[in-house]
Write a protein that binds this ligand. Sequence first.
Ligand code: SF4
Length: 452
Amino acid sequence: MSTEKLVYIETFGCQMNERDSEIMEQLLRQVDYLPTRELSRADLVVVNTCSIRAKAEQKVYSLLGRLKKIKDGKPGLIITVAGCVAQQEGERLPARMPQVDIVVGTQNIYRLPSLIKEVEAKRCSRVAVDLSPSFVIPRHLPSPPGAVVASASEKRPFKKFVTIMQGCNNFCTYCVVPHTRGREVSRDMDDILSEIQDLAGQGIKEVTLLGQNVNSYGKTSDTAGGRFPELLRKVAEIDGIQRIRFTTSHPKDLSDELMRCFVEVDKLCPSFHLPVQSGSNRVLKMMNRRYTIESYLDKVEALRKMLPEISLTTDIIVGFPGETDEDFSATMELLEQVRYHGAFSFKYSDRPLAKSTDFADKVPEDVKSARLARLQDRQDQINLELHQQHVGSCLTVMVEGRSSKTSRGQWSGRTDTNHVVNFTAEGLQAGQMVKIRIEEACLHSLRGSLAD
Ligand code: SF4
């Protein structure tokens, strides 16, 4: 008789969390849990949480409330909370929500199989949230094998995230990451390359290198091979890998050498996420970002001089404590200067452990909402204007999958500049490169048809 059980994993937040969920999914196979997308069938639920904004954390608590009701009717269900809320709350979580069996912090996910075994055997609760300054990322991080596994990762079997570092030393005043993911630790370069070689062997064509601040890869740990530009060059030597992306970067650590990689490493995609957060030097200082808007714009100009087609995206926070109308105008002015291809923009919210929570001069909620709406409206117009420039051109697109469940001929893919392109065609496969003639520009995507 099979002893296999089912695990349902719900992931909130960033790509780091998505990758951690993949790792947990694979680790749980060691203790006979197979993934399911049907919550009602699960014997184990893992909620991988995000605490970067108040809204993300509220979603976690609302799911935990729903899980309590399910557990009332199925007492054997094991509920695990992982990620940043787990790290932040620790022992407080099961005390406040007794339906939670396991709390596992960001550096402790690798212990999940043994924690599950303990809980199964003793029906106790377990909390593992220690953050160690000498933490080392394990050498071999498991990946679901490409297209074979029926799991969340099946959506993009030709693309994978690869963790290259974890944690952060920057202490931006609004951010919880240094407290929830610990200090910056880089992974050994040979381990990263060997993981990517394995992925290439499984048919993976695109990798995204992940870390909270990839530009400082190798700064505080011995990576046995150098810094981030060297890593990019070595990844590009791996046969089978066609596209390389990375995220996230801190503008203060963006070196000339890394900028040159965009020109010299042909597999490195010409799309760059460079979070600015605010257009005001006064606000940047309060945020402890450690660059000025002038130095940021100099880097943007240098990048565009080297590679005019590079697409730039950013993160912006509106309504940081003390942000005046003049500060916000400076951010609006920045949108005009840079003309980003996309901006992830949010209202500032106080977070436990973040320094800015104690700052005075909080911006009223209605002012934050009005500023955010203005900024998003203008950014939408810029998106559309930039998209319209592509109409009539032919772009190379990596096919990602069908864009519609109901209509068989509808496909979706991405350009190397990370534009989403929807198109009509027959007989394609995910991972294939095709030329698409662009016929229409939409707000968040382009539309076209097969050019040849
Ligand atoms: S660089 Fe700043 S915003 Fe980014 S993870 Fe580190 S502390 Fe947070």
